[in-house]
Design a protein around this ligand. Structure first.
Ligand SMILES: Cc1cc2nc3c(=O)[nH]c(=O)nc-3n(C[C@H](O)[C@H](O)[C@H](O)COP(=O)(O)OP(=O)(O)OC[C@H]3O[C@@H](n4cnc5c(N)ncnc54)[C@H](O)[C@@H]3O)c2cc1C
Length: 448
């Protein structure tokens, strides 16, 4: 296993030889297998002769999270708990502010392992933790195949600029992880304030937006692997040709499992790369996905309009006063109440199932731009809706996806009203390419 470039010591504190345990703070890689951070923590704990304590902090008001996100996350954690137990490793669940909870547990620890973060709030909390904690802190990168700083030291312009950089390094990093065993059982360790883990009880404590729809997807590694196996067996071979058609179901459904780190991109990559016709899938899973990580890591405006390239900002400014035929309020959009049946259908798909089809996300975003007076407002609305209803929302792909609708990672096209040189999409394109009646029927059959 190549740990060298995945692991960073983030402070120069002295190791506490008398610590009772080693701590791994699990946050965005909620899995046991293909988890470099967990592997690293076990390896170092064994070397030191200490048990390993895994902790997970449940923040009842996590930024933008809604009940569908929590439920999916907790379902996954329930499996993690069992898998760790089978390996004689304790996971303690705490409720509260992550910084305070991790610092408390670290009082009795020898050192701390955490995963690397990419979004602003993830980076911020790691910085604070690293300076406040009294023990060494290691950050381990496990949610991308090639470590983000190894790929590039700057924001990449588009897929064509990052692709060769990733391709050069991928065989070095895409390696199976060694299986591991902990030497010292930690199941009897007790942490003050730890809670009994029970999904229903925790759900009752939440004070976030409550869904009237229960999502179609269940969280956890078993479900992720069930979808993945079915995809490899029945769909991967036809992915290039059929994935864009919203009336069909030829995507892998990995996005939400990847978002919560319930499955590793490395596992998916290793299982698909040698299959027939897997190139297009690998392009999405690795190049496009890791371009999104590069985007949020190096562009601190990733969550707002200022993230766009100059050509897009300039052309949009030139068209900011163009006449708009339709303008919709957030309420009308949220309740799929526009004149456009296809748009209403995909918004409804996202609200009622927790996942909008990939091709429709592009159309969806473009239309909100067309129906808003103000591009900045449209940007905010798209992030708000995407993150509230897609289970895979709130991560690097969400921000890159919305930015793409405004020209990010794309190129200038022919100039036209409202969009300027930013790529445009219309319903005739949908009708020409796909059986949209069938898509409508499929969504119409969903719950109202
Ligand atoms: C406006 C808009 C919003 C989006 N919001 C999100 C989001 O919140 N979360 C999210 O994960 N993706 C988002 N995407 C990207 C893409 O639509 C989804 O990743 C994909 O539809 C998820 O379904 P899947 O896992 O079945 O995909 P598959 O087609 O089976 O692809 C496999 C994996 O490749 C990656 N991938 C696929 N397409 C893209 C892409 N265009 N960019 C980056 N990575 C990609 C994802 O990790 C995905 O899980 C958005 C795209 C747009 C245009």
């Amino acid at each position: 296993m190549k740990f060298d470039k995945r692991v960073k010591l983030t402070n120069n504190k002295v190791l506490n030889k008398d610590g009772e345990y080693v701590v791994y703070w699990m946050q965005n890689a909620m899995r046991v297998e293909y988890n470099h951070a967990l592997n690293y923590a076990v390896k170092r704990a064994n070397l030191l002769g200490k048990p390993l304590l895994v902790i997970f902090v449940i923040n009842l008001k996590y930024p933008e999270a809604t009940t569908r996100h929590y439920k999916f996350m907790l379902e996954g954690l329930s499996e993690v708990r069992q898998e760790l137990k089978d390996k004689n490793i304790k996971i303690s669940f705490l409720i509260g502010d992550a910084l305070d909870c991790v610092l408390d547990v670290c009082e009795k620890a020898s050192f701390l392992v955490a995963e690397k973060g990419y979004l602003k709030h993830e980076i911020e909390i790691r910085k604070k933790l690293s300076s406040k904690v009294n023990i060494p802190m290691f950050e381990v990168e496990t949610n991308v195949i090639v470590p983000v700083e190894e790929v590039s030291n700057k924001e990449e312009y588009a897929a064509y600029t990052i692709r060769p950089k990733i391709n050069k390094l991928i065989s070095y990093y895409a390696l199976e992880l060694e299986s591991f065993e902990i030497n010292k059982d930690s199941l009897n360790l007790k942490v003050s304030n730890e809670i009994e883990f029970n999904v229903e009880d925790i759900m009752k404590l939440l004070s976030v937006f409550e869904d009237k729809y229960s999502s179609e997807f269940k969280g956890g590694i078993s479900e992720a692997r069930r979808y993945l196996d079915d995809f490899i067996k029945n769909k991967l071979n036809f992915y290039e040709e059929k994935r864009n058609d919203p009336s069909l179901d030829y995507q892998s459904n990995m996005s939400m499992y990847l978002h919560f780190g319930q499955i590793s991109p490395l596992e998916i990559y290793l299982k698909t790369k040698d299959e027939k016709n897997s190139d297009h899938y690998i392009e999405e899973l690795v190049v496009r996905r890791e371009l999104s990580y590069n985007f949020v890591y190096y562009n601190k405006n990733y969550d707002n309009y200022r993230s766009l390239p100059n050509w897009a900002l300039e052309t949009l400014e030139d068209h900011s006063r163009d006449n708009r035929k339709y303008i919709y309020t957030l309420e009308e959009l949220e309740n799929f109440n526009t004149h456009d049946t296809y748009w209403n259908a995909c918004q409804k798909q996202m609200v009622t199932t927790g996942k909008m089809h990939g091709y429709m996300r592009m159309y969806w975003g473009k239309k909100v731009i067309e129906w808003s007076n103000d591009y900045k407002e449209a940007y905010k609305v798209l992030i708000y809706l995407n993150n509230k209803y897609n289970i895979d929302g709130r991560g690097p792909n969400a921000y890159a996806g919305v930015a793409w609708c405004f020209g990010k990672h794309d190129r200038p096209w022919f100039e036209r009203e409202i969009f300027g040189k930013v790529r445009y999409m219309n319903e005739n394109g949908l009708k020409r390419k796909f059986d949209m009646e069938s898509y409508l029927k499929k969504i119409g059959e969903k719950r109202q």
